[in-house]
Design a protein around this ligand. Structure first.
Ligand code: BTN
Length: 247
């Protein structure tokens, strides 16, 4: 991962750039990383935008070809990518970085980064997985419209070399991805849970019908559903069905 590295000064979105290469049948090697110093149309999950100050942060996309992975196992790919990013950041910065289900990157109650995985499916396997990763590293302040952001700089008052950090994170992503290839699912699932934000603590949530309730995250299903224990029993949610309410 990251042996093949393309650095772009400016691009709309590194995910789109990689998908365009693939749809024009350009040969792109497994593990290729496209990194941008700045994106003018960075995308987040669910039609959100991804804001990042030019030259300050990591915004990159990685191509993996997980042909060995059945479609029903998609969420294990989400798990290993999240684990690679989180363990890489923990090692490089010493910060208590966590995974907010399904794949946001949190420190304390604030969002340090996010992941946007776009799987291109062929038959019953994932032919190409375009994995976009945005991490706030050296940015000092954020525009007010960005919800709940933080950066390594805001927390540690220290700048990090983006190229060094990128190669460290790619190393950890590769290590976790190789565990997935080797079928070490128990280890992957256990570590994903161990790094999960709000696990086993009671918090407030809002379901898609606007109802606010209290629940405790107890598990994540293998299809990626979030499991909450509530006073009316155990409930499962998809990303569109639930919001975490801070305080
Ligand atoms: C999210 O938290 O909603 C996901 C954010 C993903 C942002 C990254 S930055 C690199 C790649 N290119 C994009 O347009 N988005 C992803």
């Amino acid at each position: 991962v990251g042996q093949n590295l393309v650095i772009l000064k400016e691009v709309a979105s590194t995910n789109n750039y990689l998908k365009d290469l693939l749809s024009n049948s350009k040969p792109v090697a497994d593990g290729t990383v496209i990194m941008a110093e700045s994106q003018f149309a960075g995308r987040g999950q669910q039609t959100n935008r991804w804001h990042s100050e030019a030259g300050k942060n990591l915004t990159f996309s990685l191509l993996l070809k997980p042909g060995f992975l059945a479609l029903q196992q998609q969420f294990d790919l989400t798990r290993v990518i999240s684990l690679g990013v989180v363990t890489g950041l923990q090692q490089a910065t010493g910060l208590p970085v966590q995974i907010k289900w399904p794949n946001d990157i949190y420190v304390g109650e604030k969002k340090l980064g996010g992941i946007l995985i776009e799987n291109l499916v062929q038959g019953s396997t994932i032919k190409n997985s375009v994995i976009g990763i945005g991490l706030n590293i050296n940015q000092e302040s954020f525009p007010p419209e960005v919800p709940n952001p933080t950066s390594v700089k805001q927390i540690l008052q220290k700048d990090y070399d983006l190229n060094v950090l990128l190669s460290q994170i790619c190393g950890y992503i590769e290590a976790w991805y190789l565990k997935l290839k080797a079928g070490r699912l128990d280890e992957i699932r256990e570590h994903y849970l161990a790094n999960l934000y709000w696990l086993n603590h009671e918090h407030k949530f809002m379901s898609d019908d606007g109802v606010i309730f209290t629940g405790t995250i107890t598990a994540v299903r293998n299809n990626g559903f979030l499991v909450l224990s509530t006073k009316s029993g155990e409930k499962e949610f998809t990303l569109k069905q639930i919001q975490f309410l801070n305080k």
